[in-house]
Design a protein around this ligand. Structure first.
Ligand code: GLU
Length: 425
């Protein structure tokens, strides 16, 4: 029976790299029908915070990662770690230094790890100092409590970041000393920025929370994270989580550096948005609007606008920004576009003329607006663009967006005329 775990330290938000670690452990467990556990590594009482734990659990659930059994909190197990340290002291494998308890590392030994991702990695204990197990404040070190708990939870496989490769031989020494069987280890290369530097804000954001706030869909983020470290074979890129669970194979995990590409993630998010029905996007977009402090419009209008824009945006935040002109008069205006398309007096004249032709019509359908636009251009000897660009600018404040005539229909005759007149004045 496969048992894996994700072991976050609640000292900050869920990092995108940690989310990937959690995801691979989860996919591995679900693929084999094993268990995926959570262990909260909150031994650093000063830096661990309840709110961070709450955020981490919320973000995991948001990503679609659920866990089995009650999470184990290391802060509640100090007695267990101290007892294990006492046993090693009694066995002569450790010594005290003040209040601290230190493990003696036997020199000159080779330790080989058969890593599931990197293959064989060789270490020598000459490079490993004696290891603190219990610090003088009574708290355990990460390596010690990690081993005790992985054994206690009967973990069979540990998948984690390369930043822990150097910890693995130390942990193996503890397993030996405690008479425990080590699990299998697999270390994933860390996620780097495109420039090869450590992932930071300028590469697009480091926490799951930031992506959630910007309107990335969990499915898209999860799909993208899966590709950062795993190749499903072929050149397929859109792989929903359920499918990943079905086809997952450890052999597809790569040992080469993963480079975070925000543009690719944006592309993928656009694909996921496009694939959703309007009704599915509706609550997500309402939530996004509320989160961005925008008034939430009526479902009917919002659904129409979703249909017009879902294939044109990469994030939900972008949707909200790009469509603000449908839901109120306080929308953003592209200054350059205004200069170019609304400033010239010919534009003002065109807008005035177009508006009076529209006014005479019954209602305002996209087809009728298009027809009127074509007719106006013909009568005046203009190109269609000379009518379309100023009109789009006048009614939306933007130089791009959905088809102008569909936009006019969705906005409604009254608003369209009001804005065209205002722009032409
Ligand atoms: N708390 C450690 C971390 O977040 C866990 C490492 C491990 O998986 O062993 O890096």
């Amino acid at each position: 029976m496969i048992r894996v775990r994700f072991a976050p330290s609640p000292t900050g938000y869920l990092h995108i790299g940690s989310a990937r670690t959690a995801l691979f452990n989860w996919v591995y467990a679900r693929h084999y029908g094993g268990s995926f556990l959570l262990r909260i590594e909150d031994t650093d009482m000063a830096r661990s915070e309840q709110r961070f734990l709450g955020e981490i659990l919320t973000d995991l659930k948001w990503l679609g990662i659920d866990w089995d059994e009650e999470p184990v909190h290391q802060s509640k197990r100090f007695d267990v770690y101290r007892k294990a340290a006492e046993d090693l002291l009694k066995a002569g494998k450790a010594y005290r230094e003040g209040e601290a308890c230190i493990f003696k590392v036997e020199k000159g030994r080779a330790i080989e790890v058969d890593d599931m991702i990197h293959g064989k990695i060789a270490f020598n204990t000459d490079d490993i100092k004696d290891q603190v197990m219990i610090k003088s404040d009574g708290s355990p070190t990460y390596n010690f409590s990690c081993v005790i708990d992985d054994a206690f939870l009967k973990i069979t496989h540990i998948i984690r970041g390369d930043d822990h490769v150097s910890n693995t031989p130390k942990q193996i020494l503890f397993y030996e000393a405690l008479g425990l069987m080590p699990p299998k280890f697999g270390h994933m290369p860390l996620i780097m920025g495109q420039d090869g530097a450590k992932l930071s804000k300028r590469h697009g954001g480091v926490s799951v929370e930031e992506y959630k706030r910007d309107g990335f869909l969990p499915g898209a983020l999860v799909n993208y994270l899966l590709l950062l470290g795993w190749s499903p074979g072929g050149d397929r890129e859109i792989i929903p989580l359920e499918e990943a669970v079905r086809i997952f194979d450890m052999k597809g995990m790569t040992g080469v550096q993963a480079k975070f590409d925000i543009q690719k993630l944006r592309w993928m998010n656009g694909e996921y948005i496009m694939a959703k029905q309007g009704a599915e996007l509706l609550p997500l977009i309402k939530q996004q609007m509320a989160g961005m402090g925008k008034p939430v419009p009526q479902d009917g209008l919002l659904l129409k606008v979703i249909d017009l824009y879902k294939m044109r945006v990469k994030t939900l935040a972008e949707f909200v920004q790009l469509t603000d002109h449908f839901f109120g008069d306080d929308y953003s205006v592209e200054e350059k576009g205004r200069e170019k398309y609304l400033r010239p007096s010919e534009s003002k004249e065109v807008l005035r003329d177009f508006a009076s032709r529209l006014e005479k019509m019954d209602g305002l359908s996209a087809a009728a607006a298009e027809e009127a636009c074509r007719k106006l251009a013909e009568d005046k000897g203009l190109k269609a663009g000379q009518v379309i660009h100023p009109t789009r600018m006048a009614i939306s404040g933007k130089t791009s967006g959905a088809g102008l005539f569909e936009m006019m229909e969705a906005l409604g005759k009254e608003k369209v005329l009001e804005r065209m007149r205002k722009a032409s004045a």
